[in-house]
Design a protein around this ligand. Structure first.
Ligand code: PLP
Length: 398
């Protein structure tokens, strides 16, 4: 007899990025060289001083439970770093440290959403948002944005999407999957509507430190007076410090929300790994040169990727202001054959690319945008060069 799965969990979509990465791994295990552009994690190792802090923490006996919302030193350090960077004041009790930013998002939605509430999510969106919202019984309301506007939600689109049930807007800037960014003025225009309509914002700022050239990052909490009181900021150590495996994310929010999320976390997971928290403390309080060094490398790859996309007929992508993704428009190359295989949509395109050229990319449909493929350039220049040669050969049929 098969055991029954709850309706809510049965309705969840599995993570497409992880599924694609698993396929790529399978191919690798069978001895093939795979050009893997599927997963969003820096290819750099965690900087040495951060690893050393973890070793020191273990040896000093920091191997026990901590406060459920994280050690006070780390929460204070996160609040201090935020104040130094953005000028907004938070106390240590406004910070909740969790098992990665994904867990932070889960806490946020579980704490703020009631069944039937509508959460506005601009598409293309990161794969987990809608699923995490659905877990609470709330309803993700997906609003399509345009490549011509670098996939930014416009104030008009936002206004039109609001109903009496709307409680929340979710924004991710710089964006996974598109790499595009909202300017401070863009955010301010959205904030005016948030304030007028008495909504809450969840601002996923995990790519805050990975911003290129002329682009300027602004925290949603700071773009208008009154926004700090209605914004939950999600951030973490994973992307900026190459610490994806350590599982440390955090939120900054009004104190009563932080207290509620901390209570929730105390019941569901207790504290995130004590050793990882000490590593994150070293990351946040230690030298920041490592972040800048990684950014320099990412910037070179972004330039390379931009040039290669522009040089292949029929491909385009939005301006990549931040993060490490290119969201490639492949529409002109759908509805045709590739070495005898008919390809009509982005899922078929990515699977055929993987099968014929051993290049792993993720279908745009997984991010709510058919006709696109996401590649992550958090991988070495050699792999990028070889992978793009193969994408070119795939498209030209050679
Ligand atoms: C936009 C965005 N938010 C959150 C996360 C989750 O980060 P973490 O690994 O800290 O859970 C990711 C990871 O891919 C992401 O791209």
């Amino acid at each position: 007899m098969a055991l029954r799965i709850s309706r809510i969990v049965e309705a969840l979509e599995p993570s497409a990025t992880m599924a694609m990465a698993a396929k790529a791994k399978q191919l690798k295990a069978s001895g093939k060289t795979v050009y893997d552009f599927s997963l969003g994690e820096p290819d750099f190792n965690t900087p040495e001083h951060i690893c050393q802090a973890a070793i020191d923490a273990m040896q000093a006996g920091h191997t026990h439970y901590t406060a459920a919302n994280g050690i006070p030193e780390l929460r204070e350090a996160i609040a201090r770093q935020f104040k130094d960077t953005h000028g907004l004041t938070y106390g240590a009790n406004d910070v909740v440290v969790s098992n990665g930013a994904k867990h932070s998002l889960h806490n946020v939605f579980t704490t703020l959403c009631n069944p039937g509430d509508e959460v506005i999510i601009p598409a293309p969106y990161w794969v987990s948002y809608a699923e995490l919202v659905k877990l609470t019984g709330a309803v993700p309301v997906i609003i399509e944005t345009e490549q011509a506007n670098d996939f930014r939600l416009t104030p008009e689109q936002f206004k039109k999407a609001i109903t009496p049930k709307t409680t929340m807007l979710l924004v991710c800037s710089p964006s996974n999957p598109t790499g595009s960014m909202y300017s401070p003025a863009d955010l301010a225009a959205l904030a005016d509507i948030v304030l007028e309509r008495n909504l809450t914002v969840v601002s996923d700022e995990i790519y805050e430190r990975l911003v290129y050239g002329k682009h300027k990052f602004a925290t949603f909490a700071g773009v208008r007076p009154g926004m700090q009181e209605r914004t939950i900021i999600v951030n973490g150590a994973s992307k900026a410090y190459a610490m994806t495996g350590w599982r440390i994310g955090w939120t900054l929010s009004p104190t009563n929300i932080a207290k509620a999320m901390s209570d929730l976390q105390s019941q569901e997971t207790s504290n995130p790994s004590s050793v990882s928290q000490y590593a994150a403390l070293a990351a946040v309080t230690g030298p920041q040169q490592c972040v800048d060094d990684m950014l320099v490398e990412f910037a070179k790859r972004r330039e390379f990727v931009r040039e290669r996309i522009a040089s292949i007929p029929g491909l385009s992508c939005p301006e990549m202001g931040g993060a490490f993704y290119a969201f490639i428009n492949i529409k002109e190359h759908l509805g045709r054959e590739y070495a005898g295989v008919r390809v009509d949509n982005s899922a078929q395109w990515c699977l055929t690319l993987l099968e014929q050229q051993n290049v792993a990319a993720v279908m745009g449909s997984a991010f709510g945008a058919e006709g696109y493929a996401r590649i992550s350039f958090a991988t070495s220049m050699d792999i990028l060069k070889a992978g793009f040669d193969r994408i070119e050969a795939f498209i030209s049929g050679k």
